[in-house]
Write a protein that binds this ligand. Structure first.
Ligand code: AMP
Ligand code: TRP
Length: 340
């Protein structure tokens, strides 16, 4: 049996936050040992909402640098930028032509984002999950580690592969595409906002204090935690539906201190918020310190980052172009890809 393949990606929009780290990237790091791992910066997804070109370029580099700073090792993983492998856009088109429109209209994230955009909703925003399916299917990925919010998009990718490509253009013995599985870890899969324990921590929340970014300086982290929403009760606890903030912040402490849920819950059961918050702030600062230090040294050597991304692009393109050719052949396109 060959080593199972993993693919995942994060959009280079703004700074990555604790939710991205604990819900996604942290899991990637562990998978590198046992899996054939591909991690991309999904910049084509970042232009589905209005964007600033200079910011996109800076965010694409900084997101790649953060992958490395979080522990993604380019000797073990293929790290690349989505737009530099043209097969993503090409397979995206082919999948568009077999995906029913109403599958996309059902997507919760589309509905939420479209609501925020008012009249200015691009076709790309609706089409985003098809591009995401292309990202995954190009690499014959077995597993896709993502946060809970991406589960619906993964189901769509599976449906497109199985019902729209394999069953129409392949056979049981010779499927065209591999049908991937989601990989959603329980702990950290959903980190909630600091200002509302019922809303997900998100890059798109206009309130900066709602999230802790991985590059926030210690003073800012401390300030955000100090201001985080609380409730009038003493003692931190899990799983009390009336206390979503307590559940979320205790969960962060359990994960980032390394104590685990049980030990954290008993340690903090009798603690008031006034004692818990400084403890949490210190824990978050210490957990992020090594990531921030590595990030600074990676950004100090842009030529090395360029080399990592160029090598990643070449490795990714080799795999992606092979799959693209297979899909095109199955659909009746003449062989031959433009190559330099
Ligand atoms: P995004 O920030 O939407 O580009 O998401 C990038 C990755 O981080 C995806 O795998 C998401 O599922 C994950 N993610 C984003 N926000 C959170 C959150 N608040 N909690 C857990 N995972 C998250
Ligand atoms: N849609 C994902 C998100 O918002 C990002 C993404 C794009 C992705 N392509 C992917 C994640 C492929 C995993 C695999 O988080």
């Amino acid at each position: 049996m060959s080593t199972p393949r993993v693919l995942s990606g994060v959009q280079p929009t703004g700074s990555l936050h604790l939710g991205n780290w604990l819900g996604a990237i942290r899991n990637w790091v562990d998978l590198q040992q046992s899996h054939d791992t591909f991690f991309c910066v999904v910049d084509l997804h970042a232009v589905t909402v209005p964007h600033d070109p200079a910011q996109l370029a800076a965010d694409t580099r900084s997101t790649a640098a953060l992958y490395l700073a979080c522990g993604i090792d380019p000797n073990q993983s293929t790290v690349f930028v989505q737009s530099q492998v043209s097969a993503h856009a090409e397979l995206g088109w082919l999948l568009n032509c077999v995906t029913p429109l109403n599958w996309l209209e059902r997507m919760i994230q589309f509905k939420e984002k479209a609501l925020k955009q008012g009249d200015n909703v691009s076709v790309g925003l609706l089409d985003y999950p098809v591009l995401m399916a292309a990202d995954i299917l190009l690499y014959d990925a077995d597993l896709v580690p993502v946060g809970e919010d991406q589960k619906q998009h993964l189901e769509l990718a599976r449906d497109i592969a199985q019902q729209r490509i394999n069953s129409r253009f392949g056979s049981d013995e010779q499927p065209v595409l591999k049908v991937p599985k989601p990989m959603i870890l329980k702990d950290g899969a959903r980190v909630m906002s600091l200002t509302d324990g019922t809303a997900k921590m998100s890059k798109s929340d206009p309130n900066e204090s709602s999230r802790i970014n991985l590059l926030d300086p210690p003073e800012l982290i401390t300030k955000k935690i100090k201001r985080a929403k609380t409730d009038p009760q003493m003692g931190l606890e899990f799983d009390n539906s009336e206390r979503p903030e307590a559940d979320n912040l205790l969960g962060l402490y359990a994960l980032l201190s390394g104590a685990g849920r049980e030990a954290a819950a008993s340690e903090c059961a009798g603690m008031g918020w006034g004692k818990f918050k400084p403890l949490l702030a210190e824990t978050v600062v210490e957990a992020l310190r090594p990531v921030q230090e590595r990030y600074q040294s990676i950004q100090a050597d842009p030529a090395e980052l360029d080399r990592v991304l160029a090598a990643g692009r070449d490795r990714a393109a080799t795999v992606a172009n092979t799959t693209l050719e297979r899909v095109k052949a199955s659909m009746g396109f003449l062989p031959g890809t433009a190559r330099s």
